[in-house]
Design a protein around this ligand. Structure first.
Ligand SMILES: Nc1ncnc2c1ncn2[C@@H]1O[C@H](COP(=O)(O)OP(=O)(O)O)[C@@H](O)[C@H]1O
Ligand SMILES: [Mg+2]
Length: 341
């Protein structure tokens, strides 16, 4: 990694090089005699060099900054040589337009390439992570089932008031937590094969609310559904979608203070059917918003950080999308959008 950083030309050196090039070419223009027309044509073409270089190094913004800098350096020269719309004048004006349009084109192409690479690297990173997780989860499975089973059998042997009964209870609870984590790891790492059917989104929202209601009750949070009167059926894997909505609703419950309400709202938009999971919790800071979908990102003491990564995976498989919206006056809305077609 270190050597990689060392071999790259630092940003400052690149910028200095570009400035020297633009200044050098401009000086050639201003210092050469007016009559040397073909020399000036050649110098004009040299301006493409810094434009291509900045476009390649810094993308659209860099290329545009260079072409505008060149325009600023070159326009006084055009004015100085002005003959009143002679073919040469026209040629020079055209060159200025060409500098800027090629900067835009090179910049856009470079930005596109960078974004495509980012997406590819992210997909490769997630695939590698998924593979290692699957291996770890697979190895954890058998010993965990054995530990949980033995602890349950052991607990039955202790009397109600035996202090060892409480200890075996802790083993059982912690094993269950690890088992849940292992299921999450497997869900995240396994390729998702959807069983699509024409699903009723209102039914999915209601079922998800029922699944979460027990946990919500324990935390003194109410779960409400506000369902749209009629919704078109959409192609959906009902089990997976329920898993996604339950994950979102659990997060909403965990983020809410006692006495609050978590609401699941469904609605019909032009091209999508929407499920909003609404809470009145502390909200998500802008800094965290970029990270919450990363696997293992968690701010909770006992969190796995896999809930939202799984939701994202389920939404991607449905070609749907997921948005975080601020709730007013406080809290968060996780908006699930499923395409109608
Ligand atoms: N409704 C919400 N309100 C506030 N923060 C949230 C909400 N949902 C998710 N988060 C944040 O996103 C993080 C990642 O969530 P998740 O992937 O479900 O993992 P976990 O719940 O195990 O922490 C949480 O730890 C929390 O910081
Ligand atoms: Mg969660």
């Amino acid at each position: 990694m270190k050597s990689e950083v060392k071999t790259q030309t630092p940003r400052k050196t690149k910028i200095t090089l570009i400035v020297i090039l633009v200044a050098g070419i401009s000086l050639l223009h201003y210092l050469s005699d007016k009559s040397l027309y073909y020399y000036h044509v050649f110098y004009g073409e040299l301006y493409f060099l810094p434009i291509v270089m900045t476009g390649f190094w810094f993308g659209l913004r860099g290329a545009l900054a260079t072409s505008l800098g060149i325009t600023a350096c070159y326009l006084p020269f055009v004015y100085w040589h002005w003959h009143g719309f002679s073919p040469e004048d026209f040629d020079r004006i055209l060159s200025v337009l060409l500098y800027n349009s090629s900067a835009v084109l090179i910049g856009i192409l470079k930005n596109r390439e960078v974004n495509a690479n980012k997406g590819r690297l992210e997909a490769e990173r997630l695939a590698a992570m998924g593979k290692s997780l699957a291996a770890v989860a697979h190895d954890m499975k058998t010993p965990l089932v054995a530990i949980g089973g033995l602890a349950r059998r052991l607990q039955k042997k202790f009397k109600e008031n035996d202090p060892d009964r409480e200890k075996s209870g802790i083993i059982i609870r912690e094993t269950e937590r690890l088992e849940k984590m292992m299921h999450n790891m497997l869900d995240f790492s396994k390729p998702l094969e959807l069983q699509l059917s024409h699903g009723d989104i209102n039914e999915i929202a209601e079922n998800s609310a029922t699944i979460v209601s027990e946990t919500a009750q324990k935390r003194k949070i109410a779960i409400e559904c506000k369902l749209a009167n009629s919704l078109p059926r959409v192609a959906v894997d009902a089990i997976r979608m329920k898993q996604a909505v339950v994950n979102l609703a659990l997060n909403a419950v965990e983020a809410s203070p006692e006495g609050e309400i978590v609401t699941l709202c469904t609605s019909d938009a032009d091209h999508e059917v929407i499920i909003d999971v609404v809470d009145c919790g502390g909200g998500i800071s802008l800094a965290h918003r970029a990270k919450v979908f990363d696997p293992f990102f968690t701010t909770k003491k006992e969190g796995t950080g896999l809930g939202l990564a799984i939701v994202k995976k389920i939404m991607d498989a449905h070609k749907g999308s997921l948005e975080i919206v601020d709730n007013s006056p406080k809290g968060t809305i996780f908006r699930v959008m499923l395409p109608k077609q």
